[in-house]
Design a protein around this ligand. Sequence first.
Ligand code: AMP
Ligand code: MG
Length: 401
Amino acid sequence: MLDFDTAQDRLIQAAVRPTRSERIPLKAALGRVLANTVQATIDIPPADNSAMDGYAIRFSDYQPNQGLAIQQRCYAGDIPQALQPGQAIRLFTGSLMPAGADTVVMQEHCSEENNVVVIEKAPKKGANVRYRGEDMSQDKTIILKGKTINSGHIAILASQGITDIDVYPIPKIGILTTGDELTEPGQPLKEGQIYNSNAPMLAALVQQLNAEVHLSLHAKDSLEDIQTALTTLSQECDLVLTVGGVSVGDKDLVKPAIEKLGGEVNLWKVRMKPGKPVTLANLGSTPIVGLPGNPVSSFAVFVLMVSPMIRVLQGRRHATPRVLYGKLDSNTVFSGSREEFLRVQARPDLDGFLYLTPHPQQGSAIINSLAWCTGLARIPADQPVGLGATVAYYDLKHWAH
Ligand code: AMP
Ligand code: MG
């Protein structure tokens, strides 16, 4: 048996970072992974400017209750004159700072009459000025390669006048579900059958990670069917996920199928619940991960062990997202010889702790627990834990995105 962390690490090692990149318009960049570190080519802001609607003055000209003649009104986009001694220039947010001015007094602290401004509250020297380059300065790194582009990055890139960026290609994921008992939603459900829910669930998880399901196939429990599907999938995809058929039953044909095709298969009993059997294989250079068929196991193994592989394939900086901590909020004492990942709902409370409530049904076939949970709580092996115990918490907002 392998422990969870070792199994996770081995899967991560089996994924290869991208070497190619492609140029795309900034408009299409949300969720993509930056392939080249970006430096600022211009200072942002490009010039000192006002952070407020108000009046630009020389701080040394300020005297309580003494009026300053207004030399000019300068709107954002205008070029100001140099400030004359003893005068003020009316400014607005984003107006350029006039040469000679060092302070902006906000208009709420002033009164204006007959083109003269009286400052009613003592200003602070240098107040309300946004300085050239204080946000981004020319030639400095502004975004590291490997970052997943969010709306903030889009703003940074646009502020630099950038229209196109280099990103890594989107990895192509292949899915192969197996099982004679499975039928597709939309078909009538015959006796003994269940609908294939794992294929759409995994496709949704892949989509959430900003990867792409290139092809999703279903094979009957037959060696030929599975071999044919695997051949196509491994040729066309960067990573293939198989579902079911990897245990020790008579109809568990995924391992023999890969071996017949010349692939090497590692079948691991991972000391975790749900999801004990996990396989890692390859056909050619394509890694294949065998997920358990039970929906909860499939979900958990994908979130905990496959999502890190996909992040590597995407070129993202961190394969494993942050693990949080929370306190168990349940009167049940959990204990077992395998580590257990419970489906829990996390609730932040006023005391600053996250409270984790386990779903009442923790069976590996309980599909309704998947929609309900916000993440997975990690229960240690051979160490009973109960109410109030602090445990690691894998939040889906991090681990499934
Ligand atoms: P297996 O590993 O093939 O023995 O499957 C374990 C359990 O998961 C069985 O109850 C299967 O019916 C179920 N199962 C396997 N694949 C799927 C799937 N794609 N969708 C829903 N349930 C599945
Ligand atoms: Mg099966």
